[in-house]
Design a protein around this ligand. Structure first.
Ligand code: XMP
Length: 506
């Protein structure tokens, strides 16, 4: 185990994620955790994260100096290096100039952290304070133009510090520096795998849940599917998954979800609520009204189904780490009322929420899903909004329009797959606009709907660029949709980025 002591920085889970990337098991603990508890885990190394404070202030989090006396390697990052310096008798000061962002850094490659790496590179800095006097026994191992100690070392005591953030990809070779710490200094073997993660999570879920009953809202998206597979492995038939089919899924999707879970040990309840949703949506054109109706209706259907189960002990959710960050975002303006299947704690009688994926990033969640034997089409699925095709039909939603859009979208997806672009284009789908225009097919005039194709590339879905899908692929999709889907006579491709547009049209 590597223990990561959390001093409140923005990138702390990212450090954990990088350590896992180096195939080393780690746990993040609050910085106040008593040392006895930390050492009870038999750590092969300890990492101090960054944090927003200044070490010389009274109320800033501190650390018991005994942590440095056990012979266990310690790496301090950002606030962590300053805390190490301060605690061991060095001096930290607040200079006139701050360092933020990409900074050219010079490394001493005889330091194990930088062994085998270039002696110069860009690193990501985010600090106001810096170390102006090293503690006894330490030497500086890197510097920048304004910071004399961008890294420090005391190899004898296996104590190291980095002022930059190695966990952020802007730091060139940052992950290699962490790997050097883990492998060269801590002696980690790097043999931890997602299989180990699955096994230990299953064991701790079993212990926690005992013979309790668990309820999970399954949307068919990656996160809830992986949560379902994990819980199923842990507690089998004590798990009930409710899958509300609102009739606004993509073509065949409801059946695919059911199919994927057929072999698993769990109670799978598929609620056919298609009519209910479409009746409620009849005549509604306002995007936010659509979202609200679906969100509310979803809760009602879920609640009615959950009541049939009586009291459950745990409500499980497929919350992953980026959701945890995003929901803390606070005062941002409501652009869209996002609806996430699973966020229903007020409506079901249960005693506790469990979120077994809470610390995983998206790609780790996918890897775990693969490990648990979920099919590729579920695990590698692109994001799909909770309100489904309702936010891809401009204007009134009817059964016919849903069917038309499902067919057009299916063709688009099929051709993207055929062109091998599934990984490159991060989200792609068809939108049924409310616009009709004149066309000519055969010898006749048509007056039909326009389908817009949307494809974006993005890393976080907060910003996105429109995807440069090859013309040949767009051409094929256009011709196929017009030929194969009745009621469509015109195809356009959306070439706006986010911002100013959003990814979905509604
Ligand atoms: P926008 O359209 O806001 O979408 O640029 C950003 C990402 O979020 C997805 N999306 C949703 N996901 N519930 C969800 O779980 C929703 O209500 C919802 N609305 C949009 C969208 O598909 C894109 O990936």
């Amino acid at each position: 185990t590597v223990v990561i002591l959390d001093f409140g920085g923005q990138y702390n889970q990212l450090i954990a994620r990088r350590v896992r990337e180096c195939a080393v098991y780690c746990e993040v603990l609050p910085s106040r955790t008593p040392l006895a508890e930390v050492f009870a885990k038999n750590p092969i190394g300890i990492i101090f994260t960054g944090g927003p404070n200044s070490v010389y202030e009274e109320e800033s989090p501190h650390i018991d100096p005994a942590v440095f006396e056990r012979g266990v390697p310690v790496l301090g990052i950002c606030y962590g290096i300053q805390l190490m310096a301060h605690t061991l008798g060095g001096h930290v000061t607040s200079p006139d100039s701050r360092e933020y962002g990409k900074t050219v850094t010079y490394y001493d490659t005889s330091c194990p952290l930088f062994a085998g790496l270039p002696d110069k590179g860009v690193s990501w800095m985010s600090h106001t304070d810096y170390i102006d006097r090293l503690p006894e026994g330490f030497t500086s191992a890197a510097h920048t133009d304004c910071c004399p100690t961008a890294a420090m070392q005391n190899p004898e005591k296996k104590l190291y510090g980095l002022q930059m953030h190695p966990e952020v990809l802007h730091t060139e070779n940052g992950v290699a520096m962490l790997r050097n710490f883990l492998y060269r200094v801590c002696g980690a073997k790097g043999d931890w795998t997602m299989g180990d993660y699955a096994r230990s999570t299953v064991a701790s879920l079993r212990e926690k849940i005992g013979d309790g009953k668990v309820l999970l809202g399954l949307s068919g998206g990656v996160d809830s599917s992986v949560a379902a597979a994990l819980l199923s492995r842990a507690v089998g038939g004590q798990l009930t998954c409710i899958f509300v089919d609102h009739g606004l899924m993509r073509k065949n999707e409801g059946d695919e979800v059911e199919e994927a879970f057929r072999g698993h040990d769990l109670n799978f309840v598929r609620v056919d609520a298609r009519d209910r949703f479409l009746d409620k949506l009849a005549g509604v054109t306002d995007p936010e009204r659509k979202r609200k109706i679906i969100g509310e209706e979803f809760i009602r259907v879920f609640e009615a189904e959950a009541k049939k189960l009586g009291r459950v002990d745990y409500l499980a959710q497929g919350t992953i780490y980026p959701d945890v960050i995003e929901s803390g975002a606070g005062d941002a303006a409501t652009i869209k009322s996002h609806h996430n299947v699973g966020g229903l704690p007020d409506y079901v009688d249960f005693k506790e929420i469990i979120e077994p994926l809470r610390l995983l990033f998206k790609d780790e969640t996918r890897a775990l899903g693969r490990e648990l034997g979920l099919p590729g089409y579920l695990v590698d699925r692109q994001p799909f909004p909770g309100p489904g095709l309702a936010v891809r039909i401009v204007g009134e939603i009817t059964r016919e329009k849903v069917a038309v859009l499902q067919d057009a979208d299916w063709i688009f997806r099929e051709e993207i797959a055929r062109a091998g672009l599934e990984k490159e284009v991060h989200q792609y789908f068809a939108v049924l606009t409310d616009m009709r225009s004149v066309g000519v097919m055969g010898d006749g005039r048509t007056y039909d709907y326009t389908v817009a194709l949307r494809g974006v590339t993005t890393t976080d879905f907060m910003t996105a660029d429109w995807a440069r899908i090859p013309y040949e692929v767009l051409d094929l999709v256009s011709r196929r949709i017009v030929n194969e889907v009745r009621g469509i006579n015109r195809i356009v491709y959306d070439i706006t980025s986010k911002p100013p547009a959003t990814i979905e049209w509604l």
